[in-house]
Design a protein around this ligand. Structure first.
Ligand code: ZN
Length: 54
C-alpha cells in the first residue's frame, strides 16, 4: 500500500491507517505524514521532504 500523503510504499504492519467518519480511509507511512495531511493540511507537492528519493 502507499502513503496517502507522500506516496511512499509502506508495509501493512508499519502503516498508520486513519478512518474518517464518512468511511474514507487514509494510509500513512509515518506520524509525520499523518500530521501533515490531517492537522497541518499541507499540500504534498509543496512539501520538500516528499518524494525526495524519487
Ligand atoms: Zn508518507
Amino acid at each position: 500500500m502507499k502513503c496517502t500523503f507522500c506516496g511512499d510504499e509502506v508495509k501493512i504492519h508499519k502503516a498508520i491507517i486513519y478512518y474518517q467518519s464518512n468511511g474514507k480511509s487514509y494510509v500513512f507511512c509515518s506520524s509525520k505524514c499523518r500530521r501533515s495531511m490531517l492537522i497541518l493540511n499541507r499540500d504534498p507537492k509543496k512539501v520538500k521532504w516528499v518524494n525526495k528519493n524519487g
